[in-house]
Design a protein around this ligand. Structure first.
Ligand code: WT7
Length: 630
């Protein structure tokens, strides 16, 4: 696959991709291993939320991630695994070893009755076996649904049930910092209400005591011992679903975003090579968890498609101390490092003493993802980690987009702190006002939409296509709506300003306000809740919950602790409110709608801009809330 190498070339390629998208993407797709070529490059209709790429093409993505590399780079490291504890040895898995592991794992799936189209849920720590199970699903044609191992039993069972997964793959436990997460115990609780699960495969990691359900539970290592390493990949249609990944929206339960095979493959590879300007033999370290889209596209699929060495880290940035990322970079001579602004800000807060012991001279490119990066964090990253010589790529994208849409090309696009800069070839952004009218020209701001499909656009929301249409294609006719606000400056550079809907971005994790409100409402003393986001120095956004309780509360601290426990139990610790304010009433319009705008201003401590409160049902509640602000 060709890589853009100059800014002039970027502009030519971009122009080509807009003038004739089909020819452009056919050219990018040519170098992969196809069992049968496609008949049509693209069929689409945004008014039905329908997109098909490489129609009629047949392939298996794992032949492109693994088999195709065996001849040239069989001995090169594919996955370089760094354990949670620096005292445990790192693992280097070559392309040929990874191929063997995936083939065996595929045979385990087959022996356990998994067939093409079945859904398999994966709830695992960040160990190589996680990547292996993901790839084995893809090889047999089962649809993987990875659930981040920080989610609660309730979140896990909801996700399993929504897509009726037949199998769960988990581990006894996971190591994170000085904690162990009892993954099997959590899974057991989830499995009390998941009738579709037939088999549970358990990877041994922590060796902690676990409960066992005979007939259902099987040790992964015993299953692997029963099979050989011969596996022929299942032939998949270009549009067969590859995976489901659940993500939060402004309403309802998290939805299962579905990505399909060929378009996702072509786009993950294209963006990996171009954005990071990946060069043969380099080591790429993405700090995300495979439980998020960033891990799917830029730990597993993108780097392996490109034949890179992908560093997978089991632990957390602050264990044993806040120098861990920098230690790993030196130890493994990392060339490209990709992390989230929230991590940068927290490591900045820990102080430069944790950075100073390390050389960081192997680094060539730095990346940022998941939330807007503020100028201050950008400068710190640039100066102290990149030593002023590594281009920073601020990559904007979403679970639904499958890959990076707006980003500099490392070392090619002139960067500007806090700007994601320019759309990648094949991506046609458009800013619209609230009526859906296009905002033309530069030096403008609006809602960010995309007007033409790119290969890894969301195909559907699992089991409910209407929801996909309503969420993304109904707000503005004929456009994909991102949910983000955006500025386009005088140079035509894009700067994402944040969500314009009721979605929060807390430490780069996406959470719906409604989802958190519903969880809090489960506490027996809670009558009503309103959740908003507010600016948080480290997390980007914090969660502020206004709660009405029944009766007099004798011990507020105890209640707040219980509310946090309730949220942890229903969603997971990432959704815990940072601030809880008990209130007597909420600002509502006469029709009963909560005026979140006012609550947001109070949470932000911006009392001068509360706006008109006279139309409220009871204007006095606002003064009370302002007085009790926490
Ligand atoms: C939302 C998507 C993209 C993978 C990780 C998050 C925000 C993402 C940026 C960025 C400003 C960003 C947006 C987007 N976001 N990257 N570089 N600058 N905002 O995926 O969980 O689906 O969240 O994250 O608000 O809509 P996600």
């Amino acid at each position: 696959m060709k890589r853009i190498t100059t800014i002039e070339e970027y502009h030519t390629e971009y122009a080509k991709s807009v003038k004739n998208p089909e020819a452009f993407w056919a050219e990018q797709a040519a170098d992969f291993t196809w069992r049968k070529p496609w008949k049509e490059v693209l069929e689409w209709n945004f008014e039905k939320a329908e997109t098909k790429w490489f129609v009629g093409g047949k392939l298996n993505i794992t032949e492109n991630c693994l088999d195709r590399h065996l001849a040239n780079r069989g001995n090169q490291t594919a996955i370089l695994w760094e354990p949670n504890s620096p005292l445990e040895e790192a693992r280097k898995i070559s392309y040929s070893e990874l191929h063997t592991m995936v083939c065996r794992m595929t045979n385990v799936l087959a022996q356990n009755n998994i067939k093409k189209g079945d859904r398999v849920c994966i709830y695992m720590p960040m160990v190589p076996e996680l990547a292996v199970t993901v790839l084995a699903c893809a090889r047999i044609g089962a649809i993987h649904s990875v659930v981040f191992a920080g989610f609660s039993a309730k979140s896990l069972s909801d996700r399993i049930n929504d897509s009726e997964c037949k199998m769960l793959i988990t581990a006894d436990g996971g190591f994170r910092g000085n904690k162990t997460t009892p993954l099997k115990d959590i899974a057991d609780e989830a499995l009390l209400s998941t009738p579709s699960i037939e088999t549970v495969l358990v990877h041994k990691r922590t060796e902690q005591n676990i409960n066992w359900t005979e007939g259902r539970d099987k040790w992964l290592h015993s299953e692997l011992a029963k099979v050989d390493a011969n596996s022929v990949a299942t032939e998949m249609d270009a549009e067969d679903p590859l995976f489901i990944l659940y993500t939060s929206g402004s309403t309802g339960k998290p939805k299962g975003v579905v990505h399909s095979t060929a378009g996702y493959m072509v786009y993950a590879d294209y963006t990996f090579r171009n954005v990071f300007q990946y060069k043969e033999g380099e080591t790429f370290f993405c700090t995300a968890d495979v439980g998020w889209i960033t891990g799917h596209s830029y730990i597993v699929y993108g780097p392996l498609l490109a034949g890179a060495t992908s560093l997978m880290f089991e632990g957390i940035p602050t264990y044993p101390d806040a120098g861990r990322f920098w230690e790993i970079i030196d130890k493994h001579q990392v060339n490209i490092f990709y992390t989230a602004p929230t991590a940068i800000r927290s490591l900045e807060a820990a102080g430069l003493d944790f950075v100073k012991p390390y050389k960081l001279d192997s680094l060539r490119v730095l990346g940022s993802v998941g939330e807007p990066i503020n100028e201050e964090a950008w400068e710190w990253y640039n100066h102290n980690i990149g030593k002023g010589r590594c281009p920073i790529v601020d990559t904007w994208w979403q679970t639904e987009t499958g890959g990076i849409l707006i980003s500099p090309l490392a070392g090619i696009t002139k960067t500007k702190p806090s700007f994601a800069t320019l759309p990648l070839p094949g991506v046609q952004p458009i800013l619209v006002d609230s009526d859906g009218k296009e905002i033309v020209g530069n030096g403008v701001e609006g809602n960010l939409c995309i007007k033409y499909p790119w290969p890894s656009i969301i195909r559907t929301t699992y089991g409910d296509h209407e929801r996909c249409f309503t969420n993304y294609f109904a707000t503005y006719k004929g456009l994909y709506f991102t949910g983000d606000g955006c500025k386009r400056d005088e140079d035509g550079y894009y700067r994402i300003t944040g969500r314009v809907d009721d979605v929060l971005n807390v430490s780069g994790h996406r959470l719906g306000t409604a989802e958190i409100e519903n969880a809090i409402d489960e506490h027996p003393l809670v009558i009503e809740t309103a959740v908003v986001g507010y600016p948080h120095d480290i997390k980007g956004q914090g969660v502020y919950a206004y709660i009405i309780c029944s009766g007099e509360i004798a011990d507020e601290d105890k209640l707040k602790k219980e509310i946090n426990e309730t949220v942890t139990k229903i969603i997971g610790p990432i959704a815990k409110p940072d601030k809880i304010q008990l209130v007597k009433g909420l600002p509502k319009t006469r029709s009963g709608k909560i005026m979140r705008r006012i609550l947001r201003k109070i949470a932000e401590n911006d009392m001068a801009n509360l706006g008109d409160t006279s139309t409220l049902l009871d204007p006095d509640v606002v003064a009370d809330i302002v007085k009790g602000r926490v």
